[in-house]
Write a protein that binds this ligand. Structure first.
Ligand code: AGP
Length: 613
């Protein structure tokens, strides 16, 4: 989950690297560092802490070079301290012949470290990455091209890597390689970049070349050369970033998370743009790469994902079963990939991922493809590994999501799953009239999400109460059970208050034992066929003096009578209600974390994209 930036061109590298690292800091923020080649030797600046610490270090001890690599770290091996911060240098007797930054895990690093120590290489850190630096240093001693040296090192590495490096004898030249962890080349005019995410280079160029697994690259100010470990020279494809650089700016909002919560009306618009076909009462999804006949043959759907994407998948289960009458199983990707469940050859596997790089989800995708299942990916990040390796898929078009706590991606995933459920349903039994109603509902979602955002003042009042809680229960029925789970995840991951989501019906089977005046319950309770049952469950909590926050209609007098706080949402067709109900819960988590003074965009221990198992 670390951030990698490299630059070579005419500009001073340090400011470019620091600016890029700031844009990537949401990916991991335990430490930051950079290395550059200056007058034939490698300058190294690195320290535990945020990118700001590196910036201050560079103010005191600047580096004037016009090339370099930078890194923000999410610790996997070794504590988050100065010594373990990247870059790591390689060379005998303390010589710095190469500096390396790395994202991923070298699983055989211990054996490699023993081998290198036996040859006299002295290690300074506890990281797995340092073995790459010394392996490179050893190969460079043979005196041939650094890219050839790198291509000899890569087969020794087991695990995953996105690598970027500079070598002392080649000022102005960067090297990179990828296996299971993203790396792109930013293609500029007289300058080139390396980055683990195009977000880092967006202010300088919209042209990027996504490296594929097994590829290595040599980058100079004028050009770049890609070679595959086995296949040799590769003609890279240049893609164009489809969003504007300011999409990653705060734009006057206090936090990225708040900005992205408030972007959700546009998110719903963008997810559905060009995909609603009112005249057919259906949805058009271009990238499925599956014919209507192939889709009709599908007898079961498996949705595999992690975290928030798993919650979106749970909403998808209800939608696909309701609209397409297809049995759906939702699986934690990390479990699904090893469980070896009995799936027949009529099973379609769909993975969901905002980043498109989550290791567990990628593993589930690869295992499904290995077993011969057709696979689809619902992904936000264009050109990401998961997007490229699935047989087909649907992009969210939500733009970069910077806040570590996922918000707009959840909404986009739910909207796309509704489109997919509609598409599958209209290939089966769903009538034109029923399909047209879904089209109209999705078309009305942006405005209704905008209405739901107006609940913020009521949310702030409830947040004061929740911020004192030791633990919070989130409860919802049917389509709102996944929304309750998502509300609980949001609260716990940015405010560090323990929270659990349950189906409301489950309250009396155990969780009700937790109810007391210090343990609030948050009910997702818009009107619907199960509303009366939910009101009964709320009464059970009131009878035990549990504080109650409810998400529901502003004119629901029964709900208001029973609740200490009502977070109002507009009435809406059932199929889009999750898109509305999640908004006050996202805002609730945000304001509770704000009240508690938590680091909302970079919560402790987390990273935006979990590219390790
Ligand atoms: C959600 O707020 C978390 N950041 C996390 O659970 C995330 O949803 C999960 O890691 C999956 O990420 P992905 O969608 O990029 O695969």
């Amino acid at each position: 989950m670390c951030g990698i930036v490299g630059y070579t061109g005419a500009k001073e590298a340090a400011p470019v690297l620091v600016a890029g690292l700031r844009r990537l800091e949401y990916r991991g923020y335990d430490s930051a560092g950079m290395a550059a080649v200056e007058a034939g030797s490698i300058e190294l600046r690195k320290q535990a802490g945020r990118v700001q610490v590196l910036e201050e270090l560079l103010r005191w001890d600047p580096v004037a070079a016009t090339n370099g690599v930078g890194h923000t770290r999410w610790a996997t091996h070794g504590r988050a301290d100065d010594v373990n911060a990247h870059p790591h240098v390689g060379g005998r007797e303390g010589r710095r012949s190469v500096a390396v930054v790395h994202n991923g895990v070298i699983e055989n690093y211990a054996a490699l470290r023993r081998e290198l120590e036996a040859e006299g290489f002295a290690f300074r850190s506890q990281t797995d990455t340092e073995v790459v630096a010394h392996l490179m240093a050893r190969e460079l001693e043979r005196g041939d091209e650094p890219l050839d040296a790198l291509l000899r090192v890569l087969p020794r590495l087991e695990g995953t890597y996105g690598l970027a490096m500079v070598t002392a004898d080649r000022p102005g030249e960067l090297l990179g390689a990828r296996l299971g962890s993203p790396l792109v080349v930013g293609v500029g005019e007289g300058e080139h970049f390396l980055a683990s995410d195009p977000v880092a280079v967006a202010p300088y160029t919209a042209n990027v070349a996504y490296l594929q697994d097994g590829e290595a690259v040599r980058v100079t100010p004028r050009d770049f050369e890609v070679r595959h470990r086995e296949r040799g020279p590769i003609a890279p494809r240049i893609d164009r970033i489809d969003w504007k650089p300011d999409a990653v700016e705060l734009g006057g909002h206090a936090h990225y998370m708040l900005k992205e919560i408030r972007e959700q009306p546009d998110t719903a618009t963008n997810a559905c743009r060009g995909r609603l076909v009112r005249a057919e009462g259906s949805a058009r999804l271009g990238g499925l790469n599956m014919t209507a006949r192939q889709l009709r043959r599908v007898r079961r759907v498996v949705l595999a994902a992690c975290g928030t994407s798993w919650h979106a998948a749970l909403v998808g289960e209800y939608l696909i079963e309701r609209l397409a009458h297809l049995p759906v199983e939702v699986e934690y990707a990390g479990e699904f990939r090893y469980r070896n469940g009995p799936l027949d050859d009529r099973t379609l596997v769909i993975v969901l991922s905002q980043s498109g790089e989550t290791a567990d989800t990628l593993g589930a995708l690869r295992e499904s493809r290995r077993r011969g299942h057709p696979t689809l990916a619902i992904v936000n990040t264009v050109g990401s590994t998961i997007a490229r390796e699935a047989d087909g898929g649907v992009y969210l078009h939500a733009g970069p999501e910077i806040g570590v706590a996922s918000t707009k991606a959840f909404s986009a995933q739910v909207a796309v799953l509704a489109l997919l459920a509609l598409h599958l349903g209209r290939l089966r039994q769903l009538s034109f009239t029923e399909g047209a109603a879904v089209v109209d509902a999705l078309g009305s979602a942006p405005a209704l999400i905008g209405e739901a955002l107006k609940a913020e003042p009521a949310v702030e009042a409830a947040a004061d109460r929740i911020a004192q809680a030791r633990s919070v229960l989130f409860l919802g029925r049917d389509l709102h059970y996944p929304v309750a789970l998502e509300g609980a995840l949001k609260l716990k991951e940015i405010s560090y208050i323990h929270a659990e989501g349950y189906p409301t019906s489950e309250m009396k089977h155990g969780p009700i034992a937790l109810i007391d005046p210090q343990t609030p319950s948050v009910f997702v309770a818009p009107r619907g066929p199960l509303h009366a049952k939910t009101l009964s469950n709320i009464e059970e909590v009131r009878a035990r003096r549990g504080p109650i926050v409810s998400v529901g209609l502003a004119d629901d007098e029964d709900l208001a009578r029973l609740s200490d706080h009502v977070l109002p949402i507009p009435d809406a067709p059932e199929v889009i209600q999750p898109l509305l109900a999640v908004v006050p819960l996202q805002l609730l988590a945000y304001h509770v974390a704000r009240i508690k003074g938590c680091d909302i965009d970079k919560p402790r221990n987390l990273a935006k994209s979990v590219t390790v198992e």
